[in-house]
Design a protein around this ligand. Structure first.
Ligand code: ADP
Ligand code: MG
Length: 457
């Protein structure tokens, strides 16, 4: 029997991979590295020596145990389901597996969700494997394991990416579950609006947020301290948690670092799992650059030739976060396209000189503001500069104009040039935002948040 299992182990894994409709990312994360160990007291012992999975072994047994048994029974043609036990084993090698580079074809059409932010497109490495595993578990078994799941870390490290990935995963695998992703900015706007409109509307908003199976709230730091919104959020939070509905929260810091957070809520936040997401190491940065290049090639259908030396220069020198890493890569590609030149070290150094050797004092430019505003609204900088008049683009564009006037040293004429619009259009936009800030607290709040994101000191 032992020999037979050893011999057939690959077939068993293959059966697991193909026969039960298990998601690729789940198979790759939990099952691919399982190995046959021994038979003891009629029990088939299975182990993993993947360092990341040792702590997840009981989850794997609970969630996939029956699949594993069926696969063994089918492949070995057994009459009865075998007994199995999953055991952890100290890893033989600590080498991280090469990241999977594969792009998903189907994509969500939801406007808010970024279709590229999937588990498949998330590069897993030593410094984020914990948070990746936690997010994947929550997507596979919402409400059952960690509640709430609280992810924190500096900007640009992948928090929003993971939240969107959870939503995509659930939409695909558990379409009957109601999942709601919201930025704390949007949440605040809705609360402020509903208060203004009166009780009926307030009840509607409450209903909307309570009537879900999974609530994901992004960047909670912008709610903490805002009394009315914070209060409303905590009601919702308690309600969902008591109903054993899944809550996932991201933030720029852990609950204990919020000085003005009520003790009761701090302890509720801490009652689930708190994981941090940290800056990537060199290998991770290289893997992410390669992944982004591949995605770009897939999108545009044209090949991008860039040597490892050039990639290595980018990875070595961009140490802030993954968003900047991507920004650096985009700059290099853009420069090469504009000048019809191939990408070599000279071009890379030239393209990145401002990023790698920034002036001591940070200068806020309209271009930087456009990037931040675009990111905030989940649209692209080129949409902001486009002729499109849809309000979900036109309004962010006006906010970017307003902030450029307020925070850069550029003249009105300069700003019109950057935005490719005539002077009166720009002035009109700025005036409009100024008025809205005065009249509409939710606009004031949004602008406030974007200013925080500009990080002006
Ligand atoms: P945050 O919400 O933490 O500020 P984001 O989720 O917006 O950060 O991530 C910023 C960018 O970095 C996104 O384009 C995202 O796809 C990318 N990114 C972050 N982490 C990874 C990762 N592990 N693999 C691939 N891309 C990543
Ligand atoms: Mg984010």
């Amino acid at each position: 029997m032992k020999d037979l299992i050893t011999k057939k182990w690959d077939d068993i894994l293959e059966y697991l991979r193909t026969e039960f409709g298990i998601q690729k990312v789940s198979f790759e994360t939990w099952l691919k590295d399982l190995k046959f160990k021994d038979i003891e007291n009629n029990k088939i012992l299975i182990f993993t020596d993947s360092e990341d999975n040792i702590s997840n072994i009981s989850f794997i047994q609970k969630k996939y145990g029956n699949f594993i048994k069926s696969a063994i029974a089918e492949v070995l043609d057994l009459d009865e389901m075998p007994d199995i036990e999953l055991v952890a084993q100290v890893p033989e090698s600590l080498k991280a597996p090469a990241p999977e580079i594969k792009r998903r074809t189907g994509s969500s059409s939801d406007f808010i969700l970024n279709p590229d932010y999937t588990f498949d497109n998330f590069v897993v490495s030593r410094n984020n494997s914990m948070v990746h595993a936690a997010a994947l578990k929550v997507a596979e078994a919402p409400g059952e394991i960690y509640n709430p799941l609280y992810i924190y870390g500096d900007p640009g490290l992948g928090k929003t990416h993971l939240l969107h990935a959870i939503v995509h995963f659930i939409e695909e695998n558990s379409p009957s579950l109601k999942v709601l992703y919201v930025t704390s900015d949007k949440f605040t706007t809705e609360i402020v609006e509903s208060i203004r409109q009166g009780t009926v509307s307030a009840a509607d908003v409450r209903e909307k947020y309570r009537n879900v199976d999974i609530l994901l709230i992004d960047d909670i730091q912008f709610i903490i301290g805002k009394n009315r919104t914070q209060e409303e959020f905590f009601y919702t939070f308690n309600y969902l948690r008591e109903a054993r509905k899944q809550i996932v929260i991201t933030s720029d810091k852990p609950p204990r670092d919020f000085a003005d957070l009520d003790e009761r809520f701090r302890s509720r936040f801490e009652s689930g799992l708190i994981v941090d997401i940290t800056t990537p190491d060199y290998e991770t940065k290289m893997a992410i650059l390669k992944k982004k290049i591949e995605m770009r090639e897939f999108e545009t259908g044209s090949r991008i030739v860039i040597s490892d030396e050039c990639l290595s220069y980018i990875a070595d020198n961009i140490n802030t976060n993954i968003r900047s890493l991507e920004g650096a890569l985009n700059k290099v590609i853009a420069l090469s396209n504009i000048n019809h030149k191939s990408i070599d070290m000279e071009l890379v150094e030239y393209a990145l000189k401002d990023m790698i050797f920034p002036n001591q004092k940070k200068v806020i430019t309209p271009e930087f503001i456009i990037d931040v505003v675009a990111e905030h609204y989940n649209i692209t900088p080129s949409e902001i500069l486009s002729d499109k008049r849809d309000s979900f683009i036109a309004f962010p564009r006006q906010i970017a104009m307003y902030l450029s006037k307020r925070y850069t040293l550029r003249t009105g004429n300069d700003i019109s040039k950057v935005f490719k619009r005539d002077h009166t259009t720009v002035l009109h936009g700025i005036k409009k935002v100024e008025n809205m800030i005065k009249e509409d607290p939710s606009v004031e709040n949004t602008v406030d948040i974007i200013i925080k994101k500009l990080n002006i000191d």
